[in-house]
Design a protein around this ligand. Structure first.
Ligand code: NAD
Length: 264
């Protein structure tokens, strides 16, 4: 199927690299105009430039921290000024910083809840005035939130992340109910072990990543896994395309896992 997002405008947070980047690329391939967002300016600008190199004028770069109301509002204003109404928001920006709960300080707990959960809430609030414009009531609008298998099943060392991601599931369901009459579909995806910097092999000084022995153990538990690797960003991007296109117009408030058969 081609052009599933023809004429649509999407904001994808945290899309300078990893899963978000794969989503931005797929959405443009499918006819959308996209706002690439990231807190890291270099990857944000680079991803938008790469997309525009292939599909001219289809992407803008908006460097913004999803925990800052002011920066998010600027991103929304810039998107509307450049492309018009916002049809799709993908709340993909996220971060992990692991520690066992008895060793986790307040700062680490706060940081991960703020980026994952508060960021999702603030970005959703910021796009709603445009999505709720009365003349848009007949159109389907889409919000796709990023949960995680950790938000469903928990994970050792990730209480902060589990709190944030399970909060996102509740937020998704409540928002879906609140805006169903306005045809805003709010759904969530729950990836598990996708190959990005979040799951890469951790070297001694790395903040992100997973020790090799743990990576091997997890990958061995993924039924679909081959060649010693987990899922790819493109696997999750395809699920986001489903939740962002007309293919899912009659679906809201749902959570779908993307995990190669790990959590059935
Ligand atoms: N990789 C996995 O196995 C996995 C599993 C479950 C859920 N997820 C979720 O998928 C999403 C994407 O993760 P990924 O694996 O691509 O990670 P990633 O680290 O490759 O990409 C995340 C992006 O978010 C950006 N970001 C972080 N904080 C930000 C902020 N405050 N404002 C704006 N951007 C910010 C980062 O700079 C980065 O570019 C996240 O929500 C993550 O929690 C990933």
């Amino acid at each position: 199927m081609e052009n599933l997002l023809k004429g649509k405008v999407a904001i994808i947070t945290g899309s300078g690299r990893g899963i978000g980047k794969a989503i931005a690329e797929l959405f443009v391939e499918q006819g959308a105009k996209v706002t690439v967002n990231d807190i890291d300016a270099d990857v944000c600008d680079q991803t938008a430039a790469e997309i525009n190199g292939k599909y001219p004028n289809c992407a803008i770069s908006c460097v913004a921290d999803v925990t800052s109301k002011e920066q998010i509002q600027k991103m929304v204003d810039d998107t509307i000024a450049k492309f018009g109404d916002i049809d799709i928001l993908v709340n993909n920006a996220g971060l992990t910083r692991d520690a066992l709960i008895h060793k986790m300080d307040d700062k680490l707990m706060r940081l991960i809840i703020d980026i994952n959960l508060k960021g999702t809430i603030l970005c959703t609030q910021a796009v709603l005035p445009n999505m709720l414009k009365e003349e848009r009531n007949y159109q389907f609008k889409k919000v796709v939130n990023f949960a995680s298998s950790t938000g469903v099943s928990g994970n050792i060392g990730q209480t902060n992340y589990a709190v944030a991601k399970s909060g996102i599931i509740g937020f998704t369901k409540a928002c879906a109910r609140e805006y169903s009459l306005n045809r805003i579909c709010v759904n969530a995806v729950a990836p598990s072990f996708i190959e990005t910097r979040m799951t890469q092999e951790k070297k001694p000084d790395d903040k992100l990543g997973i020790p090799k022995a743990m990576r091997d153990l997890i990958i061995n538990g993924i039924p679909f896994a081959r060649d010693g690797r987990g899922g790819l960003p493109e696997d999750v991007a395809k699920l986001c395309l489903f939740f962002s296109s007309t293919l899912s117009d009659w679906i809201t408030g749902q959570l779908l896992t993307c995990d190669g058969g790990t959590h059935i």
